[in-house]
Design a protein around this ligand. Structure first.
Ligand SMILES: [Zn+2]
Length: 107
């Protein structure tokens, strides 16, 4: 067994487990009952942890989770161009119609 990563909360840990299981990577959730013990224990000493059965799965598992994290960090919904009012899908960062950048409208 090898520890993949500590999750910020049980919900995310369970989500990662689901993703890994979908990818058929054997994994386990550890420390799931530590949440209630938080307080005197430093935060980095507790919290749910995702462990992999095989160390060889580590790169693939990291890629799956990091890919998920970057998806969560970007806009999950369609956005509207501030210049030409065109609706754009979330995977586009610039307007295909007029070339305006998504970040130009986030200020
Ligand atoms: Zn536009």
């Amino acid at each position: 067994m090898i520890r993949l990563r500590r999750a910020p909360n049980l919900l995310i840990a369970q989500h990662w487990i689901n993703l890994l299981e979908q990818a058929r990577i054997p994994c386990e959730l550890h420390n799931r009952y530590m949440q209630g013990a938080m307080g005197d224990i430093p935060v980095d000493q507790c919290g749910p942890e995702v462990w992999l059965e095989h160390a060889a799965d580590l790169p693939a598992a990291t890629g799956i989770i990091d890919g998920e994290a970057s998806l969560a960090g970007s806009s999950p919904v369609r956005w509207r161009c501030g210049s030409c009012r065109e609706w754009l899908e979330p995977q586009f960062t610039t307007c295909w119609n007029c070339g305006s950048s998504f970040s130009d409208f986030q200020r």
